[in-house]
Design a protein around this ligand. Structure first.
Ligand SMILES: [Zn+2]
Length: 216
């Protein structure tokens, strides 16, 4: 399974639930690289040299590491790829790699968000400076204005990257980067669009539905 979704769509949470519910294993590119480097495999040594030279690890090396990882028994029930592929070329290379192993992408799940609602959700967040309790301009204000419900603190802080403009930019970049992948998997009829603005439990149920359907 390929999992696609912008920052804030709950990708990490849902991936963990898919692991719990179905015994799938989530593999992110970063984790794969770190593990391969630590294990000192052929591809891991190549990746290490490239990274030490301050360069980006090539698709070939990432695919070689993924191939090694896919051969291990703990991923027999299936994997969730997160952060790879990022381009149509990588998606095509992944298809070829899977085909060699007699496998394929069973589902490419796109967690779909409403951009405007996302901006409102993320950019309204702030926390108590003393105890870290989370608040939101629209959805969760303290009972007494300016006083933390939990500790009575009166100082609050906002993350600099949680402002509306930054969130909007992240979403625009995400859509631009993901459009070719969406098209790639749509053309293979494995694309599953999941509305991701609802409850965590609701999204979990929709994903369970998809896994049940595609693995039947
Ligand atoms: Zn507080």
């Amino acid at each position: 399974m390929i999992l696609l979704g912008p920052p804030g769509a709950g990708k990490g949470t849902q991936a963990r639930m898919l692991e719990e519910d179905f015994g799938l294993v989530q593999l992110s590119t970063g984790d794969l690289l770190r593990a391969a480097v630590a294990a000192g495999t052929d591809a891991g040594r190549k990746a290490k040299a490239v990274m030490e030279a301050g360069q980006l690890v090539s698709d070939d090396i990432v695919l070689a590491i993924l191939k090694d990882r896919m051969a291990q028994p703990d991923v027999a029930r299936g994997i969730i790829l997160d952060g790879f592929p990022r381009t149509a070329a990588q998606a095509a290379a992944l298809d070829a790699l899977l085909a060699e192993a007699g496998q394929k992408v069973t589902a490419a799940v796109s967690l779909e968000v409403d951009d405007d609602a996302m901006v409102a959700r993320v950019s309204g967040r702030y926390t108590c400076a003393a105890c870290g309790e989370g608040y939101h301009d629209e959805f969760k204000q303290p009972a007494r204005a300016g006083v933390c419900d939990k500790c009575g603190g009166t100082a609050f802080k906002r993350r600099a990257d949680d402002n509306a403009e930054t969130v909007r930019e992240r979403l625009t970049a995400y859509h631009a980067q993901t459009a070719p992948l969406i098209a790639h998997y749509d053309s293979q009829s494995v694309l599953e669009r999941v509305p991701a603005m609802g409850s965590i439990a609701g999204i979990r149920a929709m994903l369970a539905d998809i896994v049940g359907r595609v693995s039947a």
